[in-house]
Design a protein around this ligand. Structure first.
Ligand code: CU
Length: 126
């Protein structure tokens, strides 16, 4: 028959044994786990076309399908961003106004300004 103190020490031993087992399990589980890779945040993709008097900036740029592009008139005159193929049309953009369009499909989308036919640019969607 154990005395109370012996029983206590047995329990304490049991607790320590359990903790040691748990710790061993945790350590081995942790060592089995692959390190979590740290991904670098990709640089922000420009999704804005600036319209000046009288050119688009950038004149050509490539985006991924699903990118929403904002065309903003930063010039002093009215302009437009009008798709050559009729895919989109900003209508008249007064200075400071903008228009956004989401390019869902892959392809090359050339566009112009309906006020200044010499203004051309192209968006390539991949
Ligand atoms: Cu224009």
């Amino acid at each position: 028959m154990w005395t109370e103190s012996e029983e206590c020490s047995f329990l304490a031993f049991g607790t320590r044994f359990f903790l040691a087992l748990a710790l061993t399990f945790l350590v081995s589980a942790a060592s089995c786990t692959k390190p979590i890779p740290i991904y670098e945040v990709p640089p922000p993709v420009p999704s804005k076309v600036n319209i000046y008097d009288d050119f688009f900036d950038p004149p050509t740029f490539t985006v991924r399908a699903g990118t929403r592009i904002t065309f903003i008139n930063l010039g002093y005159h009215n302009h437009s961003a009008t798709s050559d193929q009729g895919v989109f049309d900003s209508g008249t953009l007064a200075p400071g106004q903008s228009f956004s369009f989401t390019f869902q499909y892959k392809g090359e989308f050339s566009f112009h300004c309906k006020f200044h036919p010499e203004m051309h640019a192209k968006i390539i969607v991949q």
